[in-house]
Design a protein around this ligand. Sequence first.
Ligand SMILES: Cc1cc2nc3c(=O)[nH]c(=O)nc-3n(C[C@H](O)[C@H](O)[C@H](O)COP(=O)(O)OP(=O)(O)OC[C@H]3O[C@@H](n4cnc5c(N)ncnc54)[C@H](O)[C@@H]3O)c2cc1C
Length: 347
Amino acid sequence: MKELDYIIVGCGLASIAFCEALQKNNKRFLVFDDGSQKSSRVAAGLYNPVILKRFSEVWKAKEQLNIAMPFYTAIENKLGVTIDYKLRILRRFTSIEEQNKWFTASDKPSLETFLSTQLVKNNNENIDATLGFGELLHAGRIDTETLIHTYQNYLVNKHCLQHETFKYNDLEVNSDHVIYKDFKAKQVVFAEGFGVKRNPFFNDIPLTGSKGELITIKAKDLKINYAIKSSVFIIPLGGDLYNVGATYNNEDKTNTPTHKAKEELIVKLKSFLICDFEIVNHVAGIRPTVKDRRPIVGRHAEHSRLYILNGLGTRGVMIAPYVSRKLYNCIEHNDVLDAEIDVRRFQ
Ligand SMILES: Cc1cc2nc3c(=O)[nH]c(=O)nc-3n(C[C@H](O)[C@H](O)[C@H](O)COP(=O)(O)OP(=O)(O)OC[C@H]3O[C@@H](n4cnc5c(N)ncnc54)[C@H](O)[C@@H]3O)c2cc1C
């Protein structure tokens, strides 16, 4: 029987951030992933510290960015890939009232570092934006598809990842260790995103799940190297390609792209994009959203060797490194978790 410190279930953004903490501390671990959830792979990957609907600061934005930015740089260096693309994000104004709200918000101490006070005029004839834009500072895009793909290959080469379904019924849980197949581990961290619904140990947590769909368009005449946030986001990928998204659907829990969502994205896009475009890709995934909009982290109420790392919602890129560190310090150093993220609030 092989001895491990950790078994991890899932290999999305949450798990990768936790694996990095384990490797830094020379822990022995094995990850299982079956590709049944797609959220991290299909994500637009934006990190932006402001909620652009309401012009308010994202929960713990500064703390999250302070951890996330060096985290992604370290992964780039370690894997020899580029995943972090700094990006100007322009919020398109649709009324004078919105403009006023932006400039009021940019005066607030919590937001002044993130919202530029300069009105950006539109100089692109393929975009309808007569009232101009507000510019968001310190934002960017993580290429999550490249991250997940490269990181999973890296783990496979280190014999730390098996591409298979973790079978919950085969897990033997004891007071001081767990046994799974030929492995004996000190603990299990479940990081399955919306897949946690199949997990008998944690399937009672109130994860609502919000399906998101995204299309990729080719628009030869658009020629922008910044992202635009209007009724939908347009995000430049290079080579005249742009991601456009995303939709929100709390009913459908499948990962299948739908005609309805595609139509919704096209209608919204055409409300401010004037040039021709063709659709070259269409993806869908379920965001692991929670009613109170906070991550779900911590120890199982009965089984002290089982942990959860979930509820990253719509902002996994920024939150994952932050909550992974919290969980690691909770397990290894007995740090107390903030009540607002602790799974105990639901137990
Ligand atoms: C369309 C869309 C756009 C988005 N855009 C952004 C964005 O711009 N910025 C941002 O920050 N966030 C965005 N998100 C949200 C972000 O994707 C999520 O917050 C994040 O990916 C959640 O990561 P996770 O690791 O918790 O879950 P997941 O990515 O779902 O990963 C869980 C993994 O566990 C595996 N798994 C589950 N059960 C088992 C099992 N029993 N055995 C083995 N493996 C299992 C799954 O296959 C999966 O690989 C977007 C999401 C969507 C859908």
